[in-house]
Unconditional design. Structure first.
Length: 527
């Protein structure tokens, strides 16, 4: 039985039993709570409440959705079901379970006042309904505000605690790390003697240079150690925690916990792992730039061609177009690319300053979105009111195709507006982490590229660039992939800009450019 059939069947039963139909919304904040007794307890108490109030429960909506966030799937689906089927009763534990954000609470108040909705808080034994007194409305508003306040307070306290731990060299995470046990009393990770030999075996065997990550995972099992996946081995080998460091809010910090290896050994291992990952893809031939070069004037892909030098001077690789014929020597192409990438270097100070500009720009961007979000919310509320009126006409027996078509248009418009509203919102902290990561990659890309061999260069370059256009023997153009295309540009990379960071003209230009990037990058993260 699908949901629509279930709703119709239970509505018929409610009418037969002379009971008012109702929906139940049960919510927990995390998946762990969902596995526990919290939802089961909420639903059990909701059914007891419905029995006392002569309400017939049509359907239960529940899940691990945070009331702090908008766009909750089950919550909004429940309200759509209530509107479409003229169900005026919703049973919930308290306002804390229902909404801790201003948008959802405002929408519920409108549905109560204009749509005749009754919200039953079974823990409080109170009903928020259209004729609720001013004092009752104030009470419900206050409980919702307090729920939001405590949620914010707990979150802020957690952030402050983590920052304090970091300053003391303590890693904030309490998650299990193979080879360590978390000392709750002293808030620090300590080496686990039962797993110490296993960790040392993995590190020593890999660093000996005889086995790949895949081979090591297989060999560990054969040598009598616990079964471990290739990805788990890779994560352990590349985790800076074992060398006494940890990452927090996009930055690396020195920890006070005991270590398995030295920092020097860790970074030597990272280099070796990079060397193994780059250039591993096998090719049908030795042409490094296969399907990567385009002759700009004709837009044709250049193909590799091996030529023999005169008088036994050696073999040389060219990339050619046959009609009309033109050829570019591979060594010369590398020279042009290396020169261009050399010009992309930025200083660590400039990278840090750019991160600061992004943080400031995000605050401004979020502020400018408020009016747009309010306008969208207003349009959604207007359409929902119209839907309610159209439903009344259908209930009264006016089964007109025009009404149904209008309702369908409204549903599509509401869905479109909800998507638009969701696109305008993004996780601010996630965005900052994302841009910090991009800037770090942009900063380290030139130096790493210029330090590796030709085969590794082409493989590494392909992760950042989609194609290379060759205009002539002295000019090339690298077509960077997003988001790097926004950073490897003249607008972003200005010579000596780090030294001019506080000279008005350059800063204003960079600020404007970065602010223009924020909606583009935010959309990319959402996608």
């Amino acid at each position: 039985m699908d949901i629509n059939q279930e709703i119709k069947y239970n509505l018929a039963r409610a009418i037969k039993d002379n009971q008012e139909p109702a929906l139940v919304y049960g919510r927990v904040s995390t998946a762990d709570q969902k596995k526990g007794l919290s939802l089961e307890d909420q639903n059990h108490r909701a059914f007891n409440y419905a029995k006392e109030k002569n309400l017939f429960i049509i359907r239960v909506f529940s899940g691990s959705e945070s009331a702090y966030s908008t766009g909750r799937k089950n919550f909004n689906f429940m309200l759509d079901i209530a509107l479409e089927n003229k169900i005026h009763n919703i049973i919930v534990k308290n306002s804390d379970r229902l909404a801790r954000n201003d948008h959802d609470w405002a929408r519920l108040k409108d549905l109560v006042k204009l749509g005749g909705l009754h919200i039953h808080f079974f823990e409080l034994n109170m009903i928020f309904k259209p004729d609720s007194t001013a004092e009752e409305i104030m009470f419900f508003d206050s409980t919702s505000t307090m729920a939001k306040y405590w949620s914010n307070k707990i979150r802020q306290a957690s952030i402050a605690t983590n920052k304090h731990k970091v300053k003391k060299g303590l890693c904030p995470t309490t998650a299990r790390i193979t080879g360590y046990t978390y000392d709750k009393q002293n808030k620090i990770h300590r080496i686990n003697d039962n797993e110490k030999n296993f960790v040392n075996y993995l590190f020593d065997t890999y660093d000996a240079g005889k086995l790949s990550v895949r081979e090591l995972a297989k060999q560990a099992k054969e040598d009598g150690y616990p079964k471990i996946s290739k990805s788990a081995v890779y994560n352990m080998l590349s985790n800076p925690f074992y060398a006494g460091e940890f990452d927090f809010q996009g930055e690396r910090h020195k920890g006070k916990h005991d270590t398995y290896i030295s920092e020097e050994r860790y970074y030597e291992r990272l280099t070796r792992m990079s060397d193994h990952n780059i250039g591993k893809k096998k090719r049908d031939n030795n042409y490094l730039f296969k399907n990567f070069l385009t002759f700009a004037p004709t837009k044709k892909t250049l193909t590799g061609d091996l030529k023999h030098g005169k008088s036994g001077t050696g073999n040389y690789i060219y990339y050619v177009q046959h009609d009309p014929y033109i050829a570019f020597r591979e060594d010369a192409i590398f020279g042009l690319i290396d020169t261009q990438i050399e010009s992309l270097k930025i200083s660590e100070d400039f990278a840090a300053y750019t991160k600061q500009l992004f943080r400031a720009g995000v605050d401004k961007y979020c502020g400018n979105q408020v009016s747009t979000l309010q306008a969208i919310s207003g349009n959604i509320t207007r359409l929902e009111k119209e839907q309610s009126k159209l439903l009344d006409l259908l209930v009264e027996g006016i089964d007109d195709q025009t009404i149904r078509a209008r309702m369908d248009e409204n549903r599509k418009a509401i869905k479109r507006l909800e998507e638009e509203r969701q696109n305008l919102r993004f996780d601010k902290q996630k965005f900052i982490f994302h841009t910090d990561d991009i800037i770090d990659k942009v900063r380290t890309f030139p130096e790493f590229y210029l330090s590796i061999n030709k085969e590794q260069k082409t493989e590494y370059l392909r992760t950042f660039a989609a194609r290379i256009l060759i205009h002539d023997k002295e000019k090339i153009e690298i077509k960077w992939k997003a988001p790097f295309c926004y950073f490897f540009t003249a607008e972003f990379i200005v010579r000596e800009l780090s030294e001019l960071a506080y000279m008005g003209g350059q800063v204003r230009t960079l600020e404007a450019y970065i602010y223009g990037l924020i909606p583009i990058l935010a959309k990319g993260i959402a996608a």
